[in-house]
Design a binder for this molecule. Structure first.
Ligand code: ADP
Ligand code: MG
Length: 290
């Protein structure tokens, strides 16, 4: 019997217990609006309003939309790096909306994040060895030998060598540092990774290498990605499904192939039309056969 709910290129491993890696329901984040001339807070502004979606295990849900649409806010809310004003967040079957700090630390080993700018997301005063090992130290329960082994394994997997271990961020390129950030994000064996514009800050020439690395790691580890990007030519090759945000709200959430073939929203059509036909990604990135 064919399971017709199984769509998308990588969406084939289903554990049966928690098919959903991440689910958010009615997520809202309000910020106080700027003070007016009388010094009063006139009203609040919703950076994110009533957003609901789920990311299944092993799939990539791309979160797209123009700058300021609320994508990064959703990514941070998903791991409770910032607190929601209302709504709920479920990670791997656990409702994390109201859990305490120690439970949250545990969840953040299973659900991790890669940020846009590795120069800002890695500690400038820490050697690479420490940056990769630090999530294991925070979690506890790993022996020194186990930590060293995991660091070495991941370092090799992301294409760096033991020579890089003693280095500091300023001694490395952006591409190398994003590989370090990827190793750090995966060192505790997470099941979902929130990637916020993970290649946007990198030189064009190395973007495809890092994207391909992310896709290989996803295959090997059955990772789910919430993949935030404003670059539709990149989304086209990496996404199984696409959620479109506009001014804090989700306006469309569709299977990637269906959305590219037939976007129902004018806004989505405008985003898609911004892909230049000659964009190098059309030649460099090759979607894996599904
Ligand atoms: P995106 O990642 O899609 O570019 P963001 O999530 O960064 O969008 O921002 C969404 C909106 O929320 C923007 O209008 C932004 O100015 C606002 N915003 C984000 N963070 C804050 C904050 N700490 N205080 C006030 N407004 C914020
Ligand atoms: Mg952003």
């Amino acid at each position: 019997m064919t399971d017709t709910t199984m769509t998308g290129a990588r969406n084939r491993v289903r554990s049966g217990i928690h098919d959903t890696a991440l689910a958010v329901e009615g997520l809202t984040k309000s910020y106080p609006a700027r003070r007016n001339l009388l010094g009063r807070i006139a009203e609040s502004v919703d950076a994110v309003r009533g957003v609901s979606f789920e990311v299944r295990r092993g799939e990539t849900l791309a979160l797209v939309g123009e700058s300021g649409a609320g994508k990064s806010t959703v990514g941070r809310l998903a791991l409770r790096l910032i607190e929601p004003t209302s709504g709920s967040i479920t990670v791997l079957g656990d409702d994390i909306t109201a859990i305490g700090a120690s439970d949250l630390r545990k969840i953040r080993t299973r659900a991790t994040m890669i940020f846009q700018d590795p120069f800002k997301s890695l500690n400038p005063r820490a050697q690479i060895r420490y940056s990769i090992a630090e999530p294991m130290l925070a979690q506890g329960g790993y022996s020194a030998a186990d930590r060293a082994k995991r660091v070495a394994t991941l370092l090799d997997r992301v294409g760096l060598t033991s020579h890089h271990l003693e280095r500091y961020p300023y001694e490395m390129s952006g591409g190398q540092l994003q590989r370090v950030a990827i190793a750090r994000a995966l060192v505790t064996d997470p099941e979902i990774v929130v990637c916020d514009e993970p290649v946007a800050a990198l030189d064009m020439s190395i973007r495809s290498h890092v994207v391909n690395l992310l896709r290989e790691l996803q295959e090997e580890r059955n990772l789910a990605y919430l993949f935030i990007s404003h670059d539709m030519s990149l989304v086209r090759v990496i996404a199984d499904r696409i959620a479109v945000m506009k001014r804090g709200e989700l306006v469309e959430c569709e299977d990637a192939a269906a959305l590219f073939a037939n976007p129902t929203q004018e806004y989505t059509r405008t985003l898609l039309s911004a892909i230049p036909a000659s964009h190098p990604s059309r030649r460099t990135f090759r979607p894996a056969p599904s």
